[in-house]
Design a protein around this ligand. Structure first.
Ligand code: RET
Length: 133
């Protein structure tokens, strides 16, 4: 079974700008956010996850259990509340974030020592790659 636990550092990010625009993130925040190199600290215990995304500017914390819907506040991002649910698709973690924005969600998977994150909102897809610290 896959274990996402660990500390991961961003190495590349494609179309984060488009994703942030789709979320309606303001200009000033986008300019700062796109030069950040966030770090993710993931704790996985059975079906329970916590994911801390940390940067010098702002951070975001989320925790969930597989298959259990939760209220997500997206505090520090776009602040829109979502009903979110994360499930397994084989070895991929797939989150659907139901709210005002269509087609919102993300997928996490691991290839070798790299963690991939695909962020989706409306017609925008951002792909980020993280390397194990
Ligand atoms: C930062 C900086 C401030 C602006 C934005 C950010 C985006 C954070 C995102 C976090 C996603 C977290 C996920 C957790 C689960 O794996 C970096 C906080 C917009 C998009 C998907």
């Amino acid at each position: 079974p896959v274990d996402f636990s660990g500390t991961w550092n961003l190495t590349s990010s494609d179309n984060f700008e488009g994703y942030m625009l789709a979320l309606g993130i303001d200009f000033a925040t986008r300019k700062i956010a796109k030069i950040l190199k966030p770090q993710k600290v993931i704790e996985q215990e059975g079906n329970s996850f916590s994911i801390q995304t940390t940067s010098t500017f702002r951070s975001y914390f989320v925790q969930f259990k597989i298959g259990e819907e939760f209220e997500e506040d997206n505090k520090g991002l776009d602040h829109r509340k979502c009903k979110s649910i994360v499930t397994w698709d084989n070895d991929k973690l797939v989150c659907v974030q139901t709210g005002d924005k269509k087609n919102r969600g993300w997928t996490h998977w691991i290839e070798g020592d790299q963690l991939y994150l695909e962020l989706r909102c409306e017609d925008q897809v951002c792909t980020q790659v993280y390397k194990r610290a």
